[in-house]
Design a protein around this ligand. Sequence first.
Ligand SMILES: Cc1cc2nc3c(=O)[nH]c(=O)nc-3n(C[C@H](O)[C@H](O)[C@H](O)COP(=O)(O)OP(=O)(O)OC[C@H]3O[C@@H](n4cnc5c(N)ncnc54)[C@H](O)[C@@H]3O)c2cc1C
Length: 751
Amino acid sequence: MNRAQGQGMREQRFDYVLVGGGIASVSAARSLRHEEPGASIAILCGEPVLPYRRPPLTKGFLTGKVGAARATIHPADFYEKQSIALLLHARAAAVDRAAHRVQLADGSAVGYGKLLIATGASPHMLKVPGATLAGVQCLHDIGDAVALRADAVGKRRALVIGAGFVGVEAAAALRELGLEVTLVERGEQMLPQLHSALLSAHFRKLCAKHGVEVLTGLTVERLTGHDTLTGAVLSDGRALACELGVVATGVEPNCAWLAGNGVELADGVLVDECLQSSDPDIYAAGDVANFHDPMLGARRRVEHWDNAVRQGRLAARNMRGARMPYRDVSIFYGDVFDVPYNFLGDPFNALEVVERGEFPQRPYSLLFMRHNVLRAMFSIGAPADEAVAAEEMIRHRRNLASSGAALKQVGSRLGALPSQTVLILQGGGALGAFESGAIGALESHGVRPDIVSAVSIGAFNGAIVASHPGHAVAVLNAFWHELSIEGLAAPRSCAHLWQTELAWHLALFGVPNFMRPRWWMDAPRIGSFAPWWTSYYDTQPMLALLRRYVDFDALAASPTRLLLGAVEVASGERRIFDSYVDRLTPEHLLASGSLPPAMPWMTVEGRAYWDGGIVSNSPSNLFEVMLRRDEIVYADRVRNDLRFEENANDFRDLVERITGQLDAAAAARARQSPEYIRLMCNHAPVQIHRIALEGATMDSVTFARDFDFSAESIASLQSLGRAAALAVLDMGEAKLRIGQTASDYEGEVCK
Ligand SMILES: Cc1cc2nc3c(=O)[nH]c(=O)nc-3n(C[C@H](O)[C@H](O)[C@H](O)COP(=O)(O)OP(=O)(O)OC[C@H]3O[C@@H](n4cnc5c(N)ncnc54)[C@H](O)[C@@H]3O)c2cc1C
C-alpha cells in the first residue's frame, strides 16, 4: 500500500499495530495472522519500499549478485492475501498512550489495541570534519546500498571506517567489485563484538590475502576534499587517498520518537523477558528492544536477523495474552570473501577459547568457555547438528569439565559428547507414588539426573529430587507418607466396599496435607455447591507441605535443573518454569500440579495456571477407558514426539537433496543460515527408557487410581515403581553407565 492509500486510512483502528517495516514486524504480523485469523493488523513501514532483508546489503546485493526482488522478505501480494495492512512511507512520530493512537509524521493517526515497537536501529554518523562530503555514506538500508553500488562504479580506492560485521563485509564486497580497500578500526581487534584476538588475527589474514589493508588502533581524524571526498587523515598523521568512504561505526536504536510519552527508554525500549514495555499494551522486538535476557541474567540489545525473527514471533504471542519469556540463543550469520560463518551465544567474559580445525578450512570452530561452560561458538561449515548442540549447551549451561580432552580432539563432534540424563516425571495424582518408588531405585543405583522435567504430581516429586540431588529418597518417602490416607475400615480384598469407603472419604475429607473439600471452608455459609467455586477442593495444605519438603534455596542453587510445565488459564498457552531462570516457589509447583476441576488454578506473578498435563494429554470421556486413561494420557507425549521425528526426518531428506543441487558456495551459505540450522538439525541421539506402570500390574490398585491415596495403594505403587525401575536398569545397565558423574549419563528416564 502506498502513502496516499495510507493517508486514506486516517484514524483507522487496528487490533495490532506494528511500527517499523523490518523483519521483527513482519515476523510478528505472520504469527498474529496465523494465530488470530480475524484480527486486524497494520505494519507502519517508515521506508517507501516493501520490507526487505538487510543481510544481503553488505554481500550479494552490493556486489550485484542478488537483485532487489530476492532481497524483499515477501512479495506485495503476500500482505494482501494475509490481510495485513502494510502502510509504506508511514513514519510514526509519537504515541498517545491514553488514546491508544500512533501519530504519523504526515499528520495522520492510527489507533491500536496492542502496539509493537520494531523500529530497528540507525547508523551512527561520523562526527569529523569532511563527514558530509559527497562520496561518504553509511550502509544501512537498501537506498544506501543502491547508492554505494552506483558510487563505486569508476572509483579506485575505498575507505571503510569500522571493522565490525558490517564494515568487514562491506570491505570484502567492495574489494570484489575491484576497488582498493582500506579498513580502519578504532579498537585493537577486528570484529570487536567477538572479543577474540584469535579471530581478529584470522580475519586480518583473510583480508590481507584478498588485498584489503586493515589498520587497527587508529581513528579517522578528518576527511578531505572540496565537495567530494579525495582522502582521509588518520590519528597517527598518515594521509590516505580515497574517493569512496563507508561509515560502519555501529548503530543506535530508533526510539527517540517515543521520548516523553512515558514508555521507559534506555539504549532502546526497555522491555522485560516477555518483551513487554512499561506500558502493558506496548511491546518491543528486534534491534530496538533492550530486553531482560533470562539466559544471561542481564539486559541487552541484540542486532541479529535471527534474534529479530524470533523476538517478533514471541512478541506476537505475548501481545495476544501469553507470557512467554525469550529464551533463545540467536544465531548471527555472515559471509566474508565466500567464507560463510555463524556465531551464537555471548563470548563476553569467556576465560578459555578452544580452537578446533584450521581457519578458514571447513569445518572450523572456536568455542568460548567459562568455567567449563560453553558461552559462545563461532563456526565455519559446521553441520546443523553441531550448531544446535552448541546452542543447547549454551542454553542449558552444560558443564563440560569431563569432556575437556574430547572437545579439543580434531574431528570431535559436540553432538557426540556424552549427553545429559533427563528424568521426565509425568502426572497422575496418587500414581506419583509409583514415580517416587522408581526414583528411589534410580538413586540407589547412582543415577542422578541433570535435568528433571516434570508436570502435575511429578512437579512435586521433581522439586524434591532437584532440591536434594543424590539424596532425595528419604525425603520423598516422608512426603508420600504425609499424603497417605490411613485407617480405612473396609478390607482391601472386598473391592466394592473398599472403593465406596475411599470415595466417601475423598468426598468428605479430601487427601490429608494435599487438598480439602471446599465445603469444609464454606460450610458455615452454604448448604451445597456454591456458584463462586472454581474447584471442588482447596489446595492450601499442599502449599504448606511443599514448603516443608522442598528446600527452595537449595533448588535455586542446585546443579539439577528443574523444568515445570503449566498451562495459563486465560490463554491456554503452555508455560515452562525453569529453576535456572525463575526463582521457583511452592506456587510454581502447584501451578504445574493443579488439575481442574478438582483443584483450583494457582496464581503466579499475577497469572492463573493449571496442571501442564491438560494440554498435551486429551483424556477420553468414555467411562470404559477410564482405567487405561492415565497411562495413555501421560505417555502420549513421548509417542507423539517419536511420530513427529519421523516426519521431520523425511522433510530433512528432501531439503538436503534440494540443497545438494545448489553450487558449492551457495549450498555452504544456505547451510550457515539460522533457518537451515534449526530445521535440519537432528538433535543429539536420544535414548528413552520408559519406566511405566503397565496394565498387567494394575490389579493391585483400584479404579480411581489417581485419587487413591490410601496408605496401602501408596505403598503398593511405590514398590511397583521400584520394581519397574530395577527392571529397566537391568536391561539398560550398559547404556546408563551407572556410577559415573551426573553429566556423563546418556539417555532419558521417564515414567
Ligand atoms: C547492512 C546490514 C547488514 C546486516 N547483515 C547481517 C547479517 O549478515 N546477519 C545477521 O544476522 N544480521 C545482519 N544484520 C542485522 C539485521 O539485519 C538486523 O538485526 C535486523 O534487520 C533487525 O530487524 P528489525 O526488524 O529489528 O529492524 P530493521 O531491520 O532495522 O527494521 C526497522 C524498520 O523500521 C523503520 N523505522 C524506524 N523508525 C521508524 C518510525 N518511527 N516509524 C516507522 N518506521 C520506522 C526503519 O526504517 C526500518 O525499515 C545486518 C544489518 C545491516 C544494517
